[in-house]
Design a protein around this ligand. Structure first.
Ligand SMILES: Cc1ncc(C[n+]2csc(CCOP(=O)(O)OP(=O)(O)O)c2C)c(N)n1
Ligand SMILES: [Mg+2]
Length: 447
């Protein structure tokens, strides 16, 4: 299959590391994994004093007699897999995923609805109606292309800028709004900052703010899925900035050594708040790290929803069939400010942002594709814009009218039995509100 061939061009252990990674995996297997993988014991090395080959358990390599450092760019210029050009034309017909009109329209509607929701919620924050917001502008293709390639029950661990994954899973606008407004309908009972969505029904693990903590957690979940023979993959999203955290290393290495069915999906959007990628790393991005861990890796054009779809679909198929991790680095661009607490004009030019907004945008690329097929026209665009805005506004107005959850709920759901310290704080809050309640807008909260 053509897609398979493209993804087979990945930079994995067998190509990047040569045979060097295998004995390391064997060693780690012998140190603790051997019980679950008894066959590894059988791959014993053959020792012979007559043999001048290296016998070190940590590497499988040849001796050399010339002093030579390995160049850091031994893996550099990793190519970017794409299916569509910037005008929405399929470049190589054998890579066309041949998706139905209905499916591609779902891509387009999810991406544009996300865009509309972002606009309304961003404005809400500017008007002081919600405390905080993060937009997804420019990265819609990475969310929708990957979400569409998964099964609905595959478990998602997100960072915070992947609302499109939930949108593709038909998470209702009312619940997005309820979370951002921390109202009584919020599944998290108002205990998280806006955009920290979570939904058990949609297999989307609640977002947590500390960067990269989701990475080792996701690997644990994937290991559990493997042990349960669940036929399920875990996908773990993170930004290229989060990939600099120690937790990313721990997660990658555990996933490789424990052979877990996980897709590490890195959104490389050029920035970690104000720090550009040029100041974040010296290697070739995040995909170049995969071979170091023995992980099959690929770099894709994240603004090409079909490229993201193909790569994720193939990674999913193989992760489940072969019990091994995959790393996808989706190159994209964060068009919005980092969050409502940021003003990106302080560290990047308007020209730079305009380029991505006007000339290389995932939504306009998909629209070109749809129009060239006769699946979408200006009339439909106009009607959909109106309809989607109406949907978002209705959900927004409904969310604003609802009460906030009872403040007492901040103490529940963490411990099965509330510890004394927490109970004391709860009592203290009750006393405080009894005495000074008139200074708080308690009528906005559920009793
Ligand atoms: C452990 C930790 N350190 C710092 C922060 C502050 N912080 C929040 S987002 C962010 C940048 C992350 O950039 P990236 O992973 O590239 O994601 P992006 O925002 O670009 O989507 C930082 C430094 C944090 N939340 N957690
Ligand atoms: Mg980033």
């Amino acid at each position: 299959m053509a897609v398979a061939a493209a993804v087979a061009k990945v930079w994995g252990s067998s190509r990047g590391l040569g045979r060097a990674g295998l004995p390391l995996l064997r060693l780690l297997g012998a140190c603790g994994l051997a019980r679950s993988h008894p066959h590894r014991w059988q791959r014993q090395q053959h020792f012979s004093s007559l043999n001048d080959k290296p016998q070190f358990p940590g590497a499988s390599a040849e001796f050399i007699d010339k002093l030579e450092f390995i160049q850091p760019n031994v893996i550099s210029g990793i190519p970017i897999y794409r299916v569509m050009d910037r005008q929405g034309q399929i470049i190589n017909p054998s890579e066309d995923p041949h998706l139905s009109q209905e499916k591609v329209l779902k891509f387009y509607k999810s991406m544009t609805l996300l865009n509309t929701m972002d606009r309304i919620l961003y404005e809400s924050q500017r008007q002081g109606r919600i405390s905080f917001y993060m937009t997804n502008y420019g990265e819609e293709g990475t969310h929708v292309g990957s979400a569409a390639a998964l099964d609905d029950t595959d478990l998602v661990f997100g960072q915070y800028r992947e609302a499109g994954v939930l949108m593709y899973r038909d998470y209702p606008l009312e619940l997005f709004m309820a979370q951002c407004y921390s109202n009584v309908s919020d599944l998290g009972k108002g205990r998280q900052m806006p955009v920290h969505y979570g939904c058990r029904e949609r297999h989307f693990v609640t977002i947590s703010s500390p960067l990269a903590t989701q990475i080792p957690q996701a690997v644990g979940a994937a290991y559990a899925a493997k042990r349960a023979n669940a036929n399920r993959v875990v996908i773990c999203y993170f930004g290229e900035g989060a990939a600099s955290e120690g937790d990313a290393h721990a997660g990658f290495n555990f996933a490789a050594t424990l052979e877990c069915p996980i897709i590490f999906f890195c959104r490389n959007n050029g920035y970690a708040i104000s720090t550009p990628t040029s100041e974040q790393y010296r290697g070739d991005g995040i995909a170049a790290r995969g071979p170091g861990y023995g992980i099959l890796s690929i770099r894709v054009d994240g603004n090409d929803v079909f490229a993201v779809y193909n790569a994720t679909k193939e990674a999913r198929r193989r992760a489940v069939a072969e019990n091994q991790p995959f790393l996808i680095e989706a190159m994209t661009y964060r068009i919005g400010h980092h969050s409502t607490s940021d003003d990106s004009s302080a560290y990047r030019s308007v020209d730079e942002v305009n380029y991505w907004d006007k000339q290389d945008h995932p939504i306009s690329r998909l629209r070109h594709y749809l129009q060239s097929r006769g699946w979408w026209d200006d009339e439909q665009e106009k009607a959909w814009r109106k309809q989607s805005r109406k949907k978002v506004m209705e959900a927004f107005e409904q969310a604003e009218r609802k009460l906030k959850p009872n403040p007492n709920l901040i103490f529940s759901d963490v411990y099965q039995e509330m510890p004394t310290q927490l109970r004391k704080q709860q009592e203290s809050l009750a006393r405080h509100l009894q005495t000074y309640g008139e200074h708080y807008p308690l009528d906005h909260f559920e009793k």
